[in-house]
Design a protein around this ligand. Structure first.
Ligand code: DC
Length: 238
């Protein structure tokens, strides 16, 4: 019997391990995984390459009219790569130069409307795991399962540093810490859909959890959601 499909929305601060969890969940459930941050990063890459003055709203709108974003599954990575106008942008979107500007770009109203409209379309058939900052609050307010992920700040800094060090051994831990602090601040204080926990989201602090423990915790929530009758009286999953 094929199971009903749901939408899983995962929000949280930068480098909380959202994408790792989202990817694993999608594989386990046979769902699509969409990294919504990759969309804001690809838009930022376009703006930087084309010297778009993003303080000028009409220039932003003109630029957005020339941007086409799509996701293509990459078997090697086990996740989708983002394409910016037919170019695989995945190798460039996590560069520090993009990370330094992406929160400013993601705070622009026109940019958000552009990205959110596409994200909503991607969820029409359900069977999707999407991570970001406003997925449970603005993109899929009716998502069947919402998670809000957190981890201790220094745990996040070290995780991001290790990730970036692989491709950029010049990077320092202070640079990474500064970038994360700044992005957290901009993402949670901006006017347009700031990062905040949806009232019906389950909080997941993974500072002390292994990947396996984290996945197990969330899979219990998924199972409970998909077969509520079976898990009644189980006593909760936290
Ligand atoms: O998840 P990430 O670090 O790759 O996201 C990059 C930036 O995009 C982040 O600083 C905030 C922004 N973002 C957002 O505003 N809304 C989303 N749904 C996803 C990301």
């Amino acid at each position: 019997m094929s199971r009903r499909k749901i939408i899983i929305a995962i929000d949280g601060y930068s480098s909380c391990g959202k994408s790792t969890l989202a990817k694993e969940l999608a594989v386990k459930l046979g769902y699509n995984y969409i990294d919504s941050g990759a969309m804001y990063r690809a838009i930022t890459l376009y703006f930087l390459r084309n010297s778009v003055d993003f303080s000028d709203h009409s220039k932003v709108l003109d630029a957005l009219a020339n941007i086409n974003l799509s996701f293509v599954f990459n078997e090697h990575r086990g996740a989708s790569d983002i394409y910016l106008n037919d170019e695989n942008a995945e190798p460039y979107i996590r560069d520090m130069i993009v990370s330094e500007k992406v929160s400013q770009v993601a705070a622009i109203k026109e940019v958000r409307s552009f990205a959110v409209a596409q994200q909503k379309r991607m969820g029409r058939k359900k069977g999707i795991v999407m991570d970001g900052r406003d997925i449970g609050t603005a993109v899929f307010p009716d998502a069947e399962l919402k998670l809000f992920m957190t981890a201790a700040p220094e745990v996040r800094v070290v995780r991001r540093f290790k990730e970036l060090y692989e491709t950029n051994p010049e990077i320092t831990i202070d640079e990474v810490r500064h970038n994360l602090e700044l992005r957290d601040y901009i993402d949670s204080t901006r006017e347009e859909s700031p990062l905040h926990q949806a009232a019906d989201a389950v909080v997941l602090d993974n500072s002390g959890l292994t990947r396996e423990e984290q996945l197990e915790f969330v899979m219990r929530l998924v199972d409970k959601n998909l077969s509520p009758a079976l898990s009644e009286g189980e006593g909760g999953v936290a």
